[in-house]
Write a protein that binds this ligand. Structure first.
Ligand SMILES: NC(=O)c1ccc[n+]([C@@H]2O[C@H](COP(=O)([O-])OP(=O)(O)OC[C@H]3O[C@@H](n4cnc5c(N)ncnc54)[C@H](O)[C@@H]3O)[C@@H](O)[C@H]2O)c1
Length: 253
C-alpha cells in the first residue's frame, strides 16, 4: 500500500490529537477502561463503550465520559456477540481492549478448569475475537490500531495472580505480536501496555496496596489510560509489536 507521507506529517503537527477518530473501548466499566475512555475523549475521539456488565452499572463508573457515547453489553469471549457488536458499531480506527479477569482462587480445587476458561476467555479469546471482527475494515481503510492491556504478570509471572492469569497475559503479548506482523503492511498497528499494580477494583479485590512497590504507590488508572491513548495517537504511528512496561519500576523488561 502507498502511504501519504504529507498527511502523516500534518497529523504529527498535533501528535496526541485524536479528533475525528472512532475508538472502541472494552472493559469500559472497569478502572482502567473508564479512565482510557475519558482520556481518548479528552483528546477528541468519539468513543464506543463495551463491557459485560449492564449499561446502568457501566454508566455509574463512566462519570467523566460523554453520556451520549454508545454502549454495548457484550461478553468478549462470545465470538458471535463480538461479531454482532462489530456489525452494529461499523468500522473503528482503534480498539482499546482493557477487559480482563483476575480471580483469586485455588488451582488445586475441583472444577478450577471453569475459572481457567473464564480467565482465558476474557484475557485472550476476547482480544482474538475483537481482532478478527475489526481488522478487516481497518485493512480496507489502510489504517488502524489495537492497544491491548497485557500485564507485568505476562512478563515475570505476576505479584498477586494465579497461573491462569499469568499464562493468559503472556499469551496475549504473543498474540499482539502476531497481530502486529499481520497488520503492518496495511498500516494497522498493534501494541500492548503491561501495567504493574494499578489502583482499580481488580487490584483492590486482590488485596494489593502501594507499600509493596518500588515507587511506594500503585499506579493511577489514568496513567494506563493515557498510555493506551498514546498508542492510538499520531505519535505512535511508527510503533508496532511493542510492550510498554508501565509498572513503577517493579520490573525492567
Ligand atoms: N489493576 C491492575 O493492577 C492491573 C495490572 C496489570 C494488568 N491489568 C489489566 O488491565 C485491564 C483492566 O483491568 P482493571 O484493573 O481496570 O480491572 P477492572 O476489574 O476494574 O475492570 C475489568 C473490566 O473488564 C470487564 N470484563 C471482564 N471479563 C469480561 C468479558 N469476558 N467480556 C467483557 N468484559 C469483561 C469487567 O466487567 C470489568 O468492568 C485488565 O486486562 C487487567 O488484566 C490490571
Amino acid at each position: 500500500m502507498t502511504i501519504d507521507l504529507s498527511a502523516l506529517d500534518r497529523a504529527l503537527e498535533r501528535p496526541f490529537d485524536l479528533s475525528g477518530r472512532h475508538i472502541l473501548v472494552t472493559g469500559a466499566a472497569g478502572g482502567i477502561g473508564s479512565a482510557a475512555a475519558a482520556v481518548v475523549q479528552e483528546q477528541g475521539a468519539t468513543v464506543t463503550l463495551t463491557d459485560m456488565v449492564p449499561e446502568a452499572a457501566a454508566r455509574a463508573r463512566l462519570t467523566r465520559v460523554d453520556t451520549s457515547s454508545a454502549y454495548h453489553q457484550v461478553n468478549l469471549a462470545d465470538r458471535e456477540a463480538v461479531e454482532a457488536m462489530a456489525a452494529a458499531t461499523g468500522p473503528v480506527f482503534a480498539v482499546i481492549d482493557t477487559a480482563g479477569f483476575c480471580p483469586q482462587d485455588d488451582w488445586t480445587a475441583p472444577g478450577w478448569e471453569d475459572a481457567y476458561d473464564a480467565v482465558l476467555g476474557a484475557n485472550l479469546v476476547g482480544p482474538i475475537n475483537l481482532a478478527r471482527a475489526y481488522l478487516p475494515a481497518m485493512v480496507t481503510a489502510g489504517e488502524g490500531r489495537f492497544a491491548l492491556c497485557g500485564s507485568v504478570s505476562g512478563r515475570m509471572g505476576g505479584v498477586a495472580c494465579g497461573p491462569h492469569y499469568a499464562a493468559s497475559k503472556g499469551a496475549l503479548h504473543a498474540f499482539m505480536r502476531w497481530l502486529a506482523q499481520k497488520g503492518a503492511r496495511h498500516n494497522v498497528l498493534a501494541n500492548a501496555v503491561a501495567p504493574g499494580s494499578i489502583e482499580t477494583p481488580m487490584a483492590i479485590a486482590n488485596g494489593m496496596t502501594g507499600d509493596a512497590y518500588p515507587q511506594g504507590r500503585q499506579g493511577r488508572p489514568k496513567e494506563i489510560g493515557a498510555t493506551l491513548a498514546f498508542l492510538c495517537s499520531p505519535a505512535a504511528g511508527f510503533m508496532s509489536g511493542a510492550i510498554l512496561d508501565v509498572n513503577g519500576a517493579t520490573y525492567f523488561g
